[in-house]
Design a binder for this molecule. Structure first.
Ligand SMILES: Cc1cc2nc3c(=O)[nH]c(=O)nc-3n(C[C@H](O)[C@H](O)[C@H](O)COP(=O)(O)OP(=O)(O)OC[C@H]3O[C@@H](n4cnc5c(N)ncnc54)[C@H](O)[C@@H]3O)c2cc1C
Length: 292
């Protein structure tokens, strides 16, 4: 299939307008942001919305704003904007690491953080990034606004807590002092989805021990973060033998499936190796942030 089933199209001008349109057209309506996940699914007839509500004119959801110890990112912020933001690069280098390896400039110019999180593809890079940074999702609907942790937001593959008449409006990232983060992905060719990827964020206490650690894996069936490895590292000084053990625990926690991207053993090996690498890099960046 290359041609979507027929649908009606309407353009929303504000968030309130989009919510009213979703309410009016019911569960068979879908919003379209960058369209880079939804349109391929429509062409394959995996999605058959009767109404497509275009939210590309919701400029009110396209922003990166510092608000005290929180970085607020509007749901319509494009991948390209995230990649180009010096503030994001400084505070959360993991975002730039991930964005550099998401698809290609064409996709990054249109695709949005909101669309990525709402698509909830198990291989979506930004889902892991947001979990590792302990981000929160701000959702608006007819009942008002609610704020969810990423664990509550993601309910499984291609499933989120966003109801058919709600919109993801903002993603909030807590800013922690003396923090560093990193992401690394193995892909079959440039711009492809992950075979496996790993992300880590580390915050250091005044004595140099790891105050908080978060480790996430992409495309290997891990829903939340790798708590076994995080518990091992928390309260300890960053050191290589701990990172080796954390990699081993991450590989154990992974539940890869064999597919065209590789066999199970290979993916487990990647989970182990990539976890060590991102921990090393996140710890080095946290140490630099401490000095700076
Ligand atoms: C060739 C190609 C390669 C790609 N490679 C990668 C990759 O390597 N890594 C990666 O992570 N991604 C990859 N992507 C996906 C890309 O990141 C998309 O931009 C992203 O998945 C979806 O964002 P979007 O804005 O295009 O969402 P859309 O396709 O417009 O929407 C996706 C879903 O989210 C819903 N939605 C969108 N915005 C909202 C909102 N604000 N509130 C509620 N629901 C909403 C839509 O209704 C739809 O169900 C690739 C895509 C393509 C086409």
């Amino acid at each position: 299939m290359q041609i979507p089933a027929s649908f009606d199209y309407v353009r929303a001008s504000t968030v309130d307008d989009a919510l009213a349109l979703l309410d009016r057209h019911g569960p068979e309506s879908r919003v379209v942001a960058g369209g880079h996940s939804l349109l391929p699914m429509m062409k394959l007839r995996l999605a058959r919305p009767e109404w497509l509500i275009d939210i590309n004119e919701l400029y009110e959801l396209d922003y990166v704003l510092r608000d005290g110890n929180t970085l607020r990112v509007g749901a319509m912020t494009r991948h390209a904007t995230l990649l180009a933001s010096p503030e994001i690069f400084r505070l959360f280098p993991i975002v730039a690491d991930a964005e550099r390896v998401i698809a290609d400039p064409t996709v990054r110019n249109r695709g949005t953080i909101g669309g990525s999180l709402c698509q909830a593809d198990p291989a979506e890079d930004l889902s892991t990034v947001c979990k590792v940074l302990r981000a929160e999702a701000v959702i608006r609907g007819p009942g008002g606004e609610r704020v969810l942790s990423m664990d509550d937001f993601h309910r499984g593959a291609y499933e989120t807590a966003v109801a058919h008449n709600e919109l993801l409006c903002e993603v909030r990232f807590p800013i922690r002092p003396r923090s560093g983060s990193a992401y690394e992905k193995v892909e079959r060719r440039v711009g492809d989805w992950a075979v496996v990827a790993a992300g880590a964020a580390i915050s250091l206490a005044a004595d140099g021990t790891m105050d908080d650690v978060a480790i996430g894996l992409t495309a290997v069936g891990v829903a939340g973060t790798v708590t076994e490895a995080e518990d091992l590292l928390r309260g300890r000084h960053p050191q290589e033998d701990l990172f080796l053990e954390a990699g081993r625990l991450a590989a154990l926690a992974s539940k890869p499936i064999a597919d065209q991207r590789g066999p199970i053993d290979y993916k487990r090996h990647l989970a182990d190796e990539l976890t060590r690498r991102v921990l090393r890099r996140a710890a080095a960046r946290a140490a630099e942030a401490q000095e700076g």
